[in-house]
Structures are given as structure tokens and as C-alpha cells.
Write a protein that binds this ligand. Structure first.
Ligand code: UDP
Length: 401
């Protein structure tokens, strides 16, 4: 797989390598979701010894290797079968496999100062491994621990392990931190650290993007909007399809694949396009790595989650390339967007509201450009990778102190 189009600028060297802990990063997924792309940038720039352990082979392993990050895969057997909706019985059945995985990981962890878990399942195995190896554990919480995202058992188990095993919890937004506290998590362990971005990658000259994209889509000068999230019901791509029925000229580019077992939803989307008679205006392009270029090619980026988004990398990326964003008014989106200033917020799942917001921007190109420019300026200041890496380095130093 060629990952050349992923942001991969010059390595950033942060701080004094002698004071930065040697970190063992752990992530359950080998797919390129938002949490994994966030970790890719962190691990690639970590200025001391680090290794990433995954629970599966896949594209994430490949891009880490391409960036010269030491990466290995351990088999976790049945421990990988638990998920967000597993019942307590499922977790108990996975117990022996989880312990075996934890011992494997602990053997690797002995060579590091800290275990840094980047996903929910990895946190449980990582927390146990850290305890066995007598190392501190940090959990990077990229999720919102509410009933709309996790079942009761997963929330109880996560909170138990966070309160008893994690030295620090890095929350990807205030919304994620608030949900953690509300679920019973120890608030004194939380540091809110937003995702960081190679801002220069998004600042390249992308003025050719619109013409090229329109040529490929054969949509001429028609209004063009885009969605750039993985295909999952809670990401709400169906809401944009419903809105499109009322926007007869507008074309929609749908970028993203069903990464985490949402293939049925992807099929449903295809059927809905047929049923709604939208086949000639909706373009599914699957998973892409040239996100910045594609975003620069559309008029508006839509983020349509119907459940609160923990952070929402795609929104920051759209802002960085200077595209106006319409996003759902919930979760981390409220921290990224001030309505009418650097984007528009609409009620999650509100088709009429989304239509009105799209039409507002389409009919007022001046206003739309003003919003996009303001968003670009602010996002460059808020989400630069070097400052965010510096924060994470401080959190890790605190955890090993
Ligand atoms: N993304 C990508 N290719 C795609 C769709 C999405 O590289 O086809 C990236 C996108 O640019 C963003 C990440 O996947 O960096 C998604 O992160 P976000 O926080 O928006 O959502 P998550 O997947 O973590 O729920």
C-alpha cells in the first residue's frame, strides 16, 4: 500500500530526548481510524525509544513501518472478540485470553518506562500488562463513554480499569473528559489533549483540486459537497442522503469505508441511494489517503454524526484546507466550531436543518469564504502537531515521575 499521500512531513523533534519516557504504545486495531492516525503522528515523532504493539496485521502496521516506527503484532485470541456492546459474560469468557495477552505484552513492556494504550480493548490488556511489568499506564481515550457508544459492561470495566490501573487519562476533548467523569471516572487523572496535525500538509497549494475532482466526477459546475468519515451508522451519512433529495442540483462525494464491522450499513447506504433516485449525484469513493486534496475539491464538508463525536479529526482537516464545514451540534464539535463564526452547527439527524445550512452557504459564497478563512486561521493556531506532542510528552513524564 502506498501511503505517500498521508501527511508525512519532516519529523518533529520534541524536547530533550533524555527526559522523554521510553513508551510502549498499544492499539487493538490495524485499520486506519482516527485514533490510529493520531497515534501514527505521535509515534513517528516520539523522540526516545518507542514501539507500537497491535493486536492484528493490517494497513496501520504498514504505514508505521514506512515511517520507521518499530511495530509488532501480538495475537490476543479470544480477547479480541469483546467489543463495545459485549455483555459482562462475554468479558468473563475472554478473561483467560486477556490474561495471556497481558503476559505477552508485559514481556515487551519491561524494556519501556510506560505503557500507553490508544484504544479501549488495548487499554484493558495494556493496564494488566503494565501491572504485571510494574510500569505506569496511560490511557488515551479517543471515545465518549456514553450509552450511545458503549454498552453497560464495557463502560463499567473501562472505568474500573481507569480508576484502578491508569496513572493518567488523556481525553481527546472536553466532551470525552466530561463523559468519562459522568461514567464514574476519576477526574483528577484527566488531561484534555486535542489531536495534532501536520498543518503544513494541509497548507499546500491545492488550487487545482476542484477542477480535477469535478472532471473525475463529471459534475461540471454543479454544487459539490463531501463527507469524509468512515461508513458507520452513528456517523450519519444517511442524513446527508436524505438532505440531498431536497437539493436537486447538488452532488455528494462520499469518502470512507466501513472499517469496524459496519458493512451492512454501507450496503444500506447504497440501496438508499437507489431508492431515493440519487445514483447520478452520489459518488462513493471508499477509503482514500489523499483526504486533503479531496476536501479541497468540494465546496462544503459535511460532518453528520447522529451521536456525539469524541473529537472529529475530519472537521479540523477541512478547516485546515480552507473548506467551510457544517457539523452536528454535539460532543467535541462544540469545541471545534463556534456556530456562524468558523463553521455551522446543525441538530444531529435534522435533515431540514442540514438542507437550510447547505443552502445558506451555497447562496452566500462571500459568507462561506469568510467562515472558511476564519476557521483555517484558528485551526492552524490550535491544532499544530508540535505543541500537542509537547503536551503529551509532559503527560507521559508526569506518569513516570
Ligand atoms: N480518513 C481517511 N480516509 C478516509 C476517511 C477518513 O484517511 O477515506 C481519515 C480522516 O482524514 C481522519 C480520520 O480518518 O483523519 C477519521 O477521524 P475522525 O476523528 O474524524 O473519526 P473516527 O474515525 O476517529 O471516528
Amino acid at each position: 500500500m502506498n501511503s505517500s499521500t498521508l501527511p508525512n512531513p519532516q519529523p518533529i523533534v520534541i524536547g530533550d530526548a533524555h527526559r522523554v519516557p521510553r513508551v510502549l504504545f498499544v492499539d487493538q486495531s490495524a485499520d486506519l481510524g482516527g485514533a490510529e492516525l493520531c497515534l501514527l503522528d505521535i509515534a513517528s515523532a516520539w523522540p526516545n525509544q518507542c514501539q507500537v504493539v497491535l493486536f492484528d496485521h493490517g494497513p496501520f502496521e504498514t504505514v508505521l513501518s514506512e515511517r520507521s516506527v518499530d511495530v509488532s503484532v501480538i495475537s490476543v485470541g479470544r480477547a479480541s472478540r469483546t467489543g463495545r456492546d459485549s455483555k459482562l459474560g462475554g468479558y468473563l469468557q475472554a478473561g483467560p485470553a486477556t490474561m495471556r495477552a497481558a503476559f505477552k505484552l508485559a514481556n515487551i513492556a519491561r524494556n519501556f518506562d510506560l505503557v500507553y494504550a490508544n484504544s479501549q480493548k488495548a487499554f484493558i490488556v495494556g493496564a494488566l500488562a503494565a501491572r504485571i511489568a510494574r510500569k505506569p499506564c496511560v490511557w488515551h481515550l479517543h471515545d465518549i463513554l456514553t450509552a450511545s457508544h458503549f454498552g453497560w459492561a464495557a463502560r463499567r470495566i473501562d472505568i474500573y480499569f481507569a480508576n484502578s490501573h491508569a496513572r493518567q487519562v488523556v481525553a481527546s476533548s472536553e466532551a470525552s473528559a466530561a463523559a468519562f467523569r459522568e461514567a464514574g471516572g476519576d477526574g483528577s487523572k484527566i488531561d484534555v489533549v486535542y489531536n495534532g496535525f501536520h498543518t503544513q500538509h494541509f497548507q499546500r497549494d491545492l488550487s487545482h483540486a476542484s477542477a480535477e475532482l469535478r472532471r473525475e466526477l463529471k459534475c461540471g459546475a454543479a454544487p459539490l459537497i463531501g463527507s469524509f468519515s468512515r461508513l458507520a451508522r452513528w456517523k450519519g451519512q444517511h442524513v446527508i442522503l436524505d438532505a440531498l433529495v431536497h437539493l436537486p442540483e447538488t452532488h455528494l462525494l462520499v469518502v470512507g469505508a466501513p472499517l469496524f464491522g459496519e458493512e451492512d450499513y454501507a450496503k444500506e447506504l447504497l440501496s438508499r441511494v437507489q431508492e431515493l433516485g440519487l445514483s447520478d449525484r452520489v459518488h462513493f469513493w471508499g477509503f482514500r489517503q489523499d483526504i486533503a486534496t479531496l476536501m479541497a475539491g468540494v465546496d462544503i464538508v459535511i460532518h453528520s454524526s447522529i451521536s456525539p463525536e469524541p473529537f472529529g479529526r475530519v472537521v479540523v482537516e477541512a478547516m485546515l484546507v480552507g473548506r467551510p464545514v457544517i457539523a452536528s451540534d454535539a460532543g467535541g464539535m462544540r469545541e471545534l466550531i463556534t456556530h456562524n463564526e468558523n463553521g455551522l452547527l446543525t441538530e444531529p439527524g435534522d435533515v431540514a436543518g442540514l438542507c437550510a445550512a447547505i443552502e445558506l452557504l451555497q447562496k452566500n459564497p462571500g459568507r462561506s469564504q469568510e467562515i472558511a478563512q476564519r476557521a483555517q486561521l484558528i485551526s492552524r493556531q490550535r491544532f499544530g502537531l508540535d505543541a500537542i506532542l509537547d503536551r503529551l510528552q509532559q503527560v507521559c513524564a508526569k506518569a513516570v515521575a
